[in-house]
Design a protein around this ligand. Structure first.
Ligand code: ADP
Ligand code: MG
Length: 216
């Protein structure tokens, strides 16, 4: 479902070249949950950004559901992303001036899908039916994390990419988030989570560890 072959990504900082990814390959099946771990600066976020088509790798190939997302114009990458990928970040992915439900509707619209019953089912699954009309700024930390998951799956993505999704949460909210991500994987979604949390490692089917831009 998700395949990365020999990804390279370099950044330039003055005279220095930072080699964020140095030949990372990854193959994740439908319904599989993979944790990407490694110390800060090891390349986890860069890898997820390349998988999402948010960053262009300097070398290598990324395929999502059979389609290449690398080396295409941004417009095409954005369309593939809206259709096939759900994104979840620690900082939150909700648009502040839309309610929780309007955020989900927008994600569906961008994916060319409109499915109110799926939207309502997702809100129910994350326990936010009663908060559907809430503004993001009024949500608690745990609610915001669950709303982020609802938004990430509103477009029924084949692949869900989460970068440190539980970084700022307490233990109870973290286990809620992990349980919801696992439910999503059980429905056939490919889930990749970058995190250094031991709880994430425990809950994943498989762990890939990065060190200095290489999978160890
Ligand atoms: P992680 O998510 O594992 O902490 P990152 O992927 O964020 O690691 O970063 C990997 C390396 O690439 C780090 O050395 C980081 O400083 C560098 N890096 C990431 N993004 C940029 C950027 N936009 N410009 C310059 N260097 C970057
Ligand atoms: Mg990171």
């Amino acid at each position: 479902m998700l395949r990365a072959e020999e990804l390279y990504r370099f950044y330039r900082a003055g005279d220095e070249e930072i080699r964020a990814l140095r030949g990372v390959s990854l193959d994740v099946a439908a319904g599989e949950t993979v944790a990407v771990t490694g110390p800060s600066g090891s390349g986890k976020s860069t890898l997820l950004a390349c998988l999402a088509g948010l960053e262009e790798p300097d070398g290598g190939i990324v395929r999502i559901a059979g389609a290449r997302i690398d080396h295409r114009p941004e417009r095409e990458r954005a369309a593939l992303r809206a259709r096939h990928i759900g994104l979840l970040f620690q900082s939150g992915n909700l648009i502040e001036h839309l309610t929780v439900r309007q955020n989900l509707d927008l994600a569906q619209r961008l994916a060319g899908r409109r499915d109110r019953s799926w939207r309502d089912a997702v809100l129910d699954r994350v326990g936010l039916t009663g908060r559907a009309r809430a503004w993001p700024s009024t949500l608690s930390g745990g609610e915001a994390a669950r709303a982020g998951i609802a938004l990430a799956v509103a477009n029924r993505p084949a692949v869900l990419l989460a970068d440190e999704p539980t970084g700022e949460l307490d233990r109870a909210a973290e286990s809620d988030v992990l349980r919801l991500l696992r439910d999503q994987a059980r429905q056939g979604t490919t889930v990749v989570i970058a995190s250094h949390s031991p709880a994430v490692r425990r809950f994943a089917d498989r762990t890939v560890t990065l060190k200095d831009g290489r999978a160890t």
